[in-house]
Design a protein. Structure first.
Length: 419
C-alpha cells in the first residue's frame, strides 16, 4: 500500500489556477466519496484552502496519474492546464510534507497557526465521508501530534509577523484590559478584517468600523458584533475610541491633528492609541505631537515584525529536527503494520494447536485419566505442536545452508543468550 499525494499551493500556482482546483465545503463530501471510489484508491482526504489544494490517498499502486486524471475529470479541466503546477509526494516524503504543512513551515507566513485548523477540518470531512482507513487516519492523528509538539517545544508561533497582529499586541501592552476599550477601525479591507479578528480573539470591548462605503463597513462589522459608520461620521465617533487603527487606500490623510485634538478634548485627554497601517498615511504625522496620543506607523511595526520573523526562522530550524524524529516514529509504526498479518496468522495457528490439545485433555479426563497425567499430556502435546513446524523449518534451513534463517530464528525466539 502506497501513501501518495498531489497538490498545488501559492508557490507553485497562480490564484487563477488555485481557484479552479478548490473544493468548497458544501461539495467536499461528494468529491471525497467519488475520489475514494476511484480504482486503486483505498483512502482519501482533501485539504482545500485559499493558498493550497492537496489530495492525500493510500493506493494499491504508486501511479500518481490516477489522482491527476480524477482531478481533471472532477473539475472538467484539461490535465495539461494544471499539471505543470502540481507537486507530488510518496510515502516518507508525503509524511514529512503533511507534518511541515500542519506546523506552518510550508505557509506563506512562516509558522501561521490557521493551517492546523484547516487540516483538522479536512480530516473531519474525510471521517464524515467515510473515506479514511487505518493508515491515513493514523497519519492525520500523528500529524496533529507533531504540530502540537512543535508549537509546544519551539517559539514558532509566539511572535506576531503581520502588521495587524503586531498592532493588536502593542495595544495589549498599552491597555491592561482590552475588554474595557473601544476600537475604531478605519477601512474594510483584508488588513482591517484581520485586525478585527485579532481584537475579537483578545476580548475587545467594542468595535466600530468606518468606511467610505457604508455597506462594506456594515458587512464586516456584522461578523464581529461591531457597529458600522460612514467615513463622514468619524468626527462624531472619534472621541469614543481608545484604539484607532486605520488602513485605507486614500491618497490623502483621513485624520488630521485638529480633528484628533477635538476628540481628545471630548475625552478629557484620556489617552488614545493610534496605528496607521496605510501607505500613504491615513493619519497626519503631526498627530504624534499631541500629548495624549500614542501614534505608530507601519514602519514602526515593521522592525518588530522583522525581529519576530528572524525568531520564527530560528524556531523553524528546531521544528525541522522535531519533524525528522516524528517522521521516523510514524515510519516505524508503518513498518510494524506490514507484520500484522504474519502475527495474526501465527497467533491463529497457535490458538488452533491449543484448542486441539485442550480437547484431547478434556476427553482424557472424561475417560477417567488422573488429572495430573492429563495435564502432563496436555503440556507435552502442546509443546510438540508449537515447536514442530519451526524445528522442521530450521532443520531444512541448515540442510540448505540458510544460515541467515537460523540466525533470524535465534533472534526471534531469543535464543542468543541461552546456554
Amino acid at each position: 500500500m502506497t501513501l501518495i499525494a498531489v497538490g498545488i499551493n501559492y508557490n507553485t500556482a497562480p490564484v487563477s489556477i488555485r481557484e479552479r482546483l478548490s473544493f468548497p465545503a458544501d461539495n467536499l463530501h461528494t468529491a471525497l466519496r467519488e475520489l475514494w471510489q476511484t480504482q486503486e484508491i483505498n483512502e482519501a482526504a482533501i485539504l482545500s484552502t485559499c493558498n493550497r489544494t492537496e489530495f492525500y490517498c493510500t493506493s494499491s499502486s504508486s501511479n500518481q496519474q490516477i489522482l491527476i486524471d480524477w482531478v481533471a475529470q472532477n473539475k472538467q479541466i484539461n490535465p495539461k492546464d494544471f499539471s505543470p503546477y502540481l507537486y507530488t509526494y510518496v510515502d516518507s516524503a508525503l509524511i514529512r510534507h503533511m507534518f511541515r504543512v500542519a506546523c506552518g513551515l510550508d505557509s506563506m507566513i512562516l509558522g501561521e497557526p490557521q493551517i492546523l485548523g484547516q487540516m483538522k477540518t479536512a480530516y473531519q470531512a474525510a471521517c464524515d465521508a467515510g473515506t479514511l482507513g487505518k493508515k491515513l487516519g493514523k497519519l492525520f492523528q500523528h500529524t496533529f501530534s507533531a504540530a502540537k509538539k512543535v508549537r509546544t517545544d519551539t517559539a514558532i508561533g509566539s511572535s506576531p509577523v503581520s502588521v495587524a497582529f503586531a498592532a493588536v499586541q502593542l495595544a495589549q501592552q498599552i491597555f491592561d484590559k482590552l475588554s474595557e476599550q473601544t476600537a475604531l477601525l478605519i477601512g474594510a479591507g483584508e488588513t482591517i478584517e484581520l485586525t478585527a479578528r485579532h481584537l475579537t480573539q483578545q476580548g475587545i470591548g467594542r468595535i466600530i468600523i468606518a468606511n467610505r462605503t457604508y455597506d462594506k463597513a456594515h458587512t464586516l462589522a456584522a461578523q464581529f458584533n461591531g457597529y458600522a459608520i460612514d467615513l463622514s461620521e468619524l468626527p462624531v465617533h472619534l472621541a469614543e475610541a481608545d484604539i484607532v487603527i486605520s488602513s485605507t487606500a486614500s491618497p490623502l490623510p483621513i485624520l488630521g491633528k485638529g480633528r484628533v485634538e477635538s476628540a481628545l478634548k471630548k475625552r478629557k485627554h484620556k489617552p488614545m492609541f493610534m496605528v496607521d497601517l496605510a501607505v500613504p498615511r491615513d493619519i497626519e504625522a503631526e498627530v504624534e505631537q499631541l500629548r495624549d496620543v500614542y501614534l505608530y506607523t507601519v514602519d514602526d511595526l515593521q522592525q518588530t515584525i522583522d525581529q519576530n520573523m528572524n525568531s520564527r526562522r530560528q524556531a523553524a530550524e528546531q521544528a525541522e529536527e522535531i519533524i525528522d524524529t516524528q517522521v521516523d516514529h510514524f515510519l516505524t509504526w508503518l513498518r510494524a503494520q506490514s507484520a500484522q498479518a504474519t502475527i495474526r496468522d501465527y497467533r491463529l495457528s497457535a490458538e488452533q494447536s491449543r484448542d486441539e490439545a485442550l480437547q484431547k485433555a478434556l476427553a482424557s479426563l472424561k475417560n477417567g485419566i488422573h488429572p495430573e497425567d492429563a495435564l502432563n499430556r496436555l503440556a507435552h502435546s502442546l509443546t510438540n505442536k508449537l515447536i514442530h513446524t519451526p524445528s522442521t523449518q530450521i532443520r531444512a534451513a541448515a540442510e540448505n545452508e540458510r544460515h541467515d534463517l537460523i540466525s533470524a530464528a535465534r533472534e526471534i525466539f531469543k535464543l542468543n543468550n541461552v546456554q
